[in-house]
Design a protein around this ligand. Structure first.
Ligand code: GRF
Length: 210
């Protein structure tokens, strides 16, 4: 917990930003004791940037292309995180891998939301509808939304919270995606709040928490 006021987070996005919106709404409703210091997207056209601006949150387009190289992007990202004293980096539909330099510096303080069970339905290329198609093909009775710590391996870090979503007989990847997304909107803010309230020690796995 910071002594400087509310817990300061950065949210990284690439697309529509419904998860970002769920965080904004809960912050504004006083349900999360955190403030969104900055929203960053690799995609200048991401509607998520617009959502941030509509709520007077700083919204930045930052990409390797824009800064000339991955190294320059890393430097610029670290600069933004440091200047704004970011305590937690939230990946909410961010489609780029963060560099090891950033992951090491913010070890245990970068989290991601995934729309399926991990590690079984994660990894490179496993995103969006592909996750739900794979889950349906596997014949599972339920799937889940998962919030996990980001480490240097794709979709691999410790799981902080997961919530089950039943699979219905007539589910399509699209219908399942819509129901999982609603659960994502609940659990990502919940985990942010756990950090903000000091209930998660960034140095440890969730299982180690008391
Ligand atoms: C979500 O399904 C999330 O699990 C995945 O990307 C999607 C982002 O959706 N990582 P949105 O941009 O928050 O609407």
């Amino acid at each position: 917990m910071t002594t400087k006021g509310r817990f300061r987070i950065a949210v990284l996005v690439s697309g529509g930003g419904t998860n970002l919106q769920s965080i904004i709404d809960r912050v504004e409703a006083g349900k999360i004791n955190a403030q969104i210091e900055v929203v960053i997207s690799n995609n200048s056209k991401a509607y998520a940037l617009e959502r941030a601006r509509l709520h007077n949150i700083t919204a930045l387009h930052m990409s390797a292309k824009k800064f000339g190289s991955q190294e320059s992007l890393d430097e610029e990202l670290l600069k933004v995180f440091e200047e704004r004293e970011i305590e937690l980096v939230v990946l909410a539909g961010y489609m780029k891998l963060l560099s090891p330099a950033i992951i090491r510096k913010y070890a245990g303080r970068i989290i991601n939301i995934h729309p399926g069970p991990l590690p079984e339905f994660g990894g490179k290329g496993m995103h969006g509808l592909k996750v739900h198609e794979a889950v349906l093909s596997a014949g599972l009775r339920e799937t889940c939304a998962t919030v996990h710590v980001v480490d240097e391996i794709y979709d691999h870090g410790s799981i902080l919270l997961r919530r089950e979503v039943p699979i219905l007989a007539d589910d399509t990847p699209e219908s399942l995606a819509a129901r999982v997304l609603k659960v994502e909107h609940q659990i990502l803010p919940e985990v942010i709040n756990m950090y903000a309230e000091g209930k998660i020690d960034p140095g440890k796995n969730r299982e180690d928490q008391s």
